[in-house]
Design a protein around this ligand. Structure first.
Ligand code: EPU
Length: 420
């Protein structure tokens, strides 16, 4: 028996919602904390299943994890012992790959299962591995596990063929305890990278240039404990902005960094969404007459691939033909098949979708094939007539902090039931 989310659509939302700490920063900050020799306190930790999985991995490494308040985590690696991470927990999430950089940096040795996570088409990690090799490590792959070892990591110049978020963070972590200077060129510029670099620097690392495409890391001998507050989740902020544009009479979204979602808000304003953007909040009033839009996903500061799926639900309500091209994950279109079941008029092409609207959506039984597909279906369910029943919601729970609870407070009719 599995839990499903049910939504009775058509109810307008109203009120205020506060955005949680960034999931994609958190899942890197937790593994980064093991580089320290003392306790690291992280505040603003979102209540998501990925954090629970990472905490389990920390316990395997004999790292103490204490949840001192709802969103406060104290990670204490004082008595840490390196061990093989070959348990199935590693395959529950993509971010387990950050233990590669962290353990390699700290011990010069890591053995870990192939990371899992949402299936968005092929998601290679060749750039991470090339980065480790450039630092002097040897990489072996056998029986579903990577073994990466180095007698001494030595700083070098690394050019990333693609500005990969994961590879940039992983190399930054390993290089923090390497000998000498590492330069990462064509580094990714996502805000989560700045957040991880900030944590590393508070721990005593020497990382410069995070947020630009050239990052330099001067290796240090040792990293210590510190206190860190996570940045707000820009994808959750974007998701709620789209929810508000779809169904809110009037909604205020707080604890956001508006600059982080500028690619989205400028598209929404092109579509006719009325927004009042403040210093750390945004107020949205619904406009029923939206225009179609053309979206092309790009690395930050371009339009986030993680928001194209949620936005598709809103585009079914816009007048005319919209197009979405995903240049990061060309196979990230499974949500369109689910939306078609609910009445959406979508043509799926190679690496793109064409959405013709407005179309009425009807509640149906649908499947969250991945995390952001889940968010897209929740939005579609709020818009649709009748009851939408979303299956495989563990994907949603992996990355959204109490999405249904927050929506309920805004007036949505949304609840969980056990599937018979
Ligand atoms: N790529 C390679 N080789 C590599 C690494 C990446 O070819 O070694 C390619 C990927 O296949 C992809 C592109 O480079 O086409 C960018 O991938 P990137 O490495 O930047 O993505 P990631 O680090 O695996 C993170 C987020 C994703 C988000 C992407 C893009 C985490 C844990 N995940 O993934 O988040 O979509 O960046 O912004 O931070 C989500 O939150 O739903 C999610 C999937």
């Amino acid at each position: 028996m599995q839990e499903v989310i049910k939504i009775e659509g058509g109810h307008l939302l109203e009120g205020e919602v506060s955005i949680s700490g960034s999931k994609n920063a958190t899942v890197a900050l937790i593994p980064a904390a093991v580089l320290a020799t003392g306790p690291v306190t992280i505040v603003g930790v979102p209540g998501i299943a990925d954090v629970a999985s990472l905490s389990e991995i920390l316990r395997m490494l004999n790292v103490t994890v204490k949840e001192v308040a709802e969103d406060h985590l104290i990670i204490d690696p004082t008595d840490m012992k390196n061990c093989d991470l070959d348990s199935d927990i590693v395959t529950r999430l993509r971010a387990s790959y950050y233990f590669m950089g962290a353990l390699l940096g700290k011990y010069g040795y890591v053995r870990i299962k192939m990371p899992g996570g949402c299936y968005l088409g092929p998601r290679p990690i060749d750039l991470h591995l090339k980065g480790f090799e450039a630092l002097g490590a040897e990489v072996e792959y056998a029986q579903g596990c990577y073994t990466i070892r180095a007698k001494q990591l030595i700083g070098t110049k690394i050019f990333l063929d693609i500005a990969s978020v994961g590879a940039t963070i992983n190399i930054m972590m390993a290089a923090s305890l390497a000998k000498g200077r590492t330069t990462i060129e064509n580094a990714a510029k996502e805000p989560e990278i700045i957040d991880v670099a900030t944590l590393l620097n508070k721990m005593g690392a020497q990382v410069r240039g995070a947020g630009t495409n050239v990052i330099t890391v001067d290796g240090v001998e040792k990293l210590g404990g510190c206190f860190h507050e996570i940045i707000p989740d820009r994808i959750e902020a974007g998701t709620f902005t789209i929810i508000a544009a779809s169904m809110a009479k009037h909604m205020k979204i707080t604890n956001i960094i508006p600059q982080h979602i500028e690619a989205l808000t400028s598209k929404l304003s092109e579509m006719g969404v009325k927004m009042d953007i403040g210093v750390d909040s945004i107020v949205i009033d619904r406009n029923e007459n939206l225009n179609a839009a053309d979206i092309k996903t790009r690395p930050y500061p371009g339009f986030a691939t993680d928001l194209q799926q949620p936005l598709t639900a809103l585009l079914t309500q816009a007048a005319g033909q919209s197009t979405i091209q995903d240049t990061i994950y060309p196979e990230r279109f499974k949500h369109c098949i689910e939306l078609q079941r609910m009445g959406a008029n979508i043509d799926i092409g190679t690496g793109m979708s064409v959405i013709t609207g407005p179309t009425k959506l009807y509640g149906d039984k649908v499947y969250a094939t991945d995390l952001r597909c889940g968010a897209c279906l929740v939005i579609a369910g709020l818009i649709a007539e009748g009851i939408t029943e979303i299956h495989d919601i563990y994907h949603i729970d992996r990355g959204y902090d109490d999405l249904d609870g927050k929506l309920k407070k805004l007036g949505a009719v949304i609840y969980r039931e056990m599937d018979e």
